[in-house]
Design a binder for this molecule. Structure first.
Ligand code: ATP
Ligand code: MG
Length: 329
């Protein structure tokens, strides 16, 4: 049986005017940038293809590189609702997709009995296993919105935190844009939600999920893009400070630390330094603010002091060399 997925409100609008999807990679990149997200050419291409071919996009990458942010920005620039499913150990169907409203079902049965309706058990079962008795959770909500003509952005965040069997629940939704509720039938939507899945690779996501998605590895940005992102996110930072912060963080990422700083940390560091009225890095300020950048004591102990001073000197001499080359050229 296939049932309508318009939700419980029959008067819900079917069509809501929404901005059209981008028609080129360049337009995708420009609209993301207008929404505050500076994507690499490769990521903009993956997003464009996922939007155009209506396929889920699986994003993997280190912490803080912008995996979750892209779903938020897509929802904003395309004027779609954002439906977010945060995954965690023990996440099940009842929290992710739907749950029967047992209290309401029981009340219905009691009311029918009290009224002496004489309904058979089969009639009662048919009554209480109707869509109105479903409590919707993010996956069902996304499907219903899509069926109502407003395909949302569905963010399935940190899928690697959920237990492996949970992924099996997703296959029908990712592959066929539908969900089967055994007591009710199959709920389907014509146009799929714009689906973004993220993983930090604390475990491998199953092949069956990967096959149903496009895939993109979100890398740390290069110095130029990181500087542009800082300018956008911390415009109050002094230009010299922005340059030095980016060069310092880029150097840190080549040092085989236990946890490399992500973009979120770069932004936090620049904000912290700016709020301390820093206009350029100095060894004392670097040491005092390392906790906004590095989150493990082993990494902090390794960098603090002489190593930070050495990195800072390296950053300054590279900047001097670049200035000299620019003047000479
Ligand atoms: N390309 C980008 N353009 C602009 N801002 C970005 C970009 N990438 C990341 N950011 C900024 O970095 C912050 C961290 O990004 P986000 O939370 O999406 O990282 P993540 O990859 O989901 O991290 P985690 O794995 O820890 O959840 C965001 O709040 C956003 O401000
Ligand atoms: Mg995230």
């Amino acid at each position: 049986m296939t049932v309508s997925a318009r939700g419980t409100d029959p008067d819900a609008p079917i069509e809501t005017p929404m901005p059209a999807l981008p028609t080129t990679v360049a337009e995708t990149k420009a609209r993301l940038a207008a929404g505050g997200y500076l994507a690499s050419e490769a990521l903009a291409t993956s997003v464009y293809l996922a939007l155009t071919l209506e396929r889920p996009l699986l994003l993997e990458g280190e912490a803080g590189v912008g995996k979750t942010e892209i779903a938020k920005v897509l929802a904003a620039i395309l004027a779609r609702p954002l439906v977010r499913l945060q995954c965690y150990e023990g996440l099940g169907l009842a929290e992710a997709a739907y749950e029967w409203n047992y209290a309401r079902q029981l009340l219905h049965i009691r009311a029918a009995q009290a009224a002496g309706s004489g309904l058979s058990v089969a009639d009662l079962e048919r009554d209480i296993y109707a869509e109105g008795y479903l409590v919707e959770r993010p996956l069902l909500k996304a499907l219903r919105l899509a069926a109502a003509g407003t395909p949302p952005v569905l963010l399935i965040d940190e899928l690697d935190r959920a237990d492996e069997p949970f992924e099996a629940f997703l296959l029908e939704l990712l592959g066929d844009c539908q969900m089967t509720v055994p007591e009710l039938g199959t709920i389907s939507a014509g146009r799929p939600p714009i689906t973004i899945l993220t993983s930090n690779r604390t475990r491998e996501v199953h092949d069956a999920v990967r096959r149903r998605c496009f895939y993109h590895w979100v890398d740390f940005p290069g110095a130029r893009r990181e500087a542009a992102i800082l300018k956008l996110k911390v415009p109050e930072a002094a230009p010299e400070l922005t340059r030095q912060v980016v060069a310092f963080v880029q150097a840190l990422r080549s040092m085989d630390l236990y946890k490399n700083p992500g973009l979120a940390e770069t932004i936090n560091w620049a904000q912290a330094l700016t709020s301390l009225d820093c206009v350029a890095l100095d060894p004392a300020r670097v040491d005092a603010t390392l906790g906004t950048l590095l989150k493990y004591q082993d990494d902090i102990a390794r960098i603090r002091g002489s190593e930070a001073a050495r990195l800072l000197e390296e950053v300054r001499s590279k900047a001097r060399a670049a200035e000299f080359a620019a003047e000479a050229g």
